[in-house]
Design a protein around this ligand. Structure first.
Ligand code: HEC
Length: 252
């Protein structure tokens, strides 16, 4: 009976250890990210450059509907800078006459989408839908490592691969044929902070920004976690001291 139980537990542990290996078909090269680990935080400068990339490049096709302009304060932009960014966008509203009109964006507005709906997006993109990027980091196996690899993974197709119409070869995309042409190139943007815009830098920065928007509350959660662990450690000491006190006059 005992042996059986041990065997069952061992089999379960084995499965738990193996499951991720079975689920993940591709191993994306691991990058060091500032936001990893129990004390990780977002590299503010990188995330701000990443926002610049999103704004100047990705937002031409990809929406980010769950993100508000005010969230940008989380990457270190001042309330005034955020106000100015929001105000540079016209958002639809209803005018005093009850007719559709436009007004300047506010920090409380969602990021404006490039297309009014999915049909319009597909129509403009050769039938392919650029997925919303609000939580794309969480929605893809491999997370930040995958997005980074994908952005750098464009290559000439091998001779024996027949490419579909308008498709691009990417070694990290499932099936290797992706409707999105390489969005980043060397010097694709001119960084406001003067950083040299190499391809790797751009991919790293926009990935950091995408990680931030998917998890804007991550730093607060980690800080809370540390506080909880400290509190539990403290309470353990107190309980131990109390136990010693209570049992101190019981002699064995
Ligand atoms: C010209 C339009 C266009 C631009 C600009 C663009 N994309 Fe895309 N993107 C697409 C389309 C279309 C798809 C869908 C591709 C497919 O399903 O084959 C896509 C898909 C993706 C995917 C999903 C891949 C997957 O696993 O399904 C990611 C991630 C992505 N884009 C990131 C970016 C980033 C980051 C930028 C900015 C640096 C960017 N894109 C700029 C059109 C664009």
């Amino acid at each position: 009976m005992q042996t059986l139980r041990i065997a069952a537990v061992a089999a379960m542990l084995g499965f738990v250890a193996l499951a991720p290996a079975l689920a993940q078909e591709m191993e994306y090269p691991h990058q060091n990210w500032s936001f990893e680990g129990p004390f990780g935080t977002y590299d503010r400068a990188s995330a701000q450059r990443g926002f610049q990339i999103y704004k100047e490049v990705c937002s031409n096709c990809h929406s980010m509907k769950q993100v508000y302009y005010r969230n940008l304060e989380g990457i270190g932009l001042s309330p005034d800078a955020v106000k100015a960014i929001a105000a540079s966008v016209d958002v639809p509203t209803i005018g005093d006459d009850g007719q559709p009109a436009e007004r300047k964006g506010l920090p409380s507005d969602h990021f404006k989408a490039p297309y009014p709906n999915d049909k319009a997006a597909r129509a403009a993109q050769n039938g392919a839908l650029p997925p919303d990027q609000s939580v794309i980091i969480k929605a893809r196996e491999g997370g930040a490592d995958y997005i980074y690899s994908l952005l750098l993974g464009y290559e000439a197709p091998p001779a024996d691969v027949k490419m579909g119409d308008g498709m691009n070869y990417n070694k990290w995309f499932t099936g290797h044929q992706i409707a999105m042409a390489a969005p980043l190139t060397e010097g694709r943007v001119e960084y406001a902070d003067g950083t040299k815009a190499t391809l790797e830098q751009e991919a790293r920065d926009v990935t950091t920004f995408l990680a931030f928007v998917a998890n804007p509350e991550m730093e607060e959660r980690k800080r809370m976690g540390v506080r909880v662990v400290l509190f539990l450690a403290f309470m353990t000491c107190v309980t131990y001291a109390v136990k010693r006190q209570i049992w101190s006059d019981v002699h064995h």
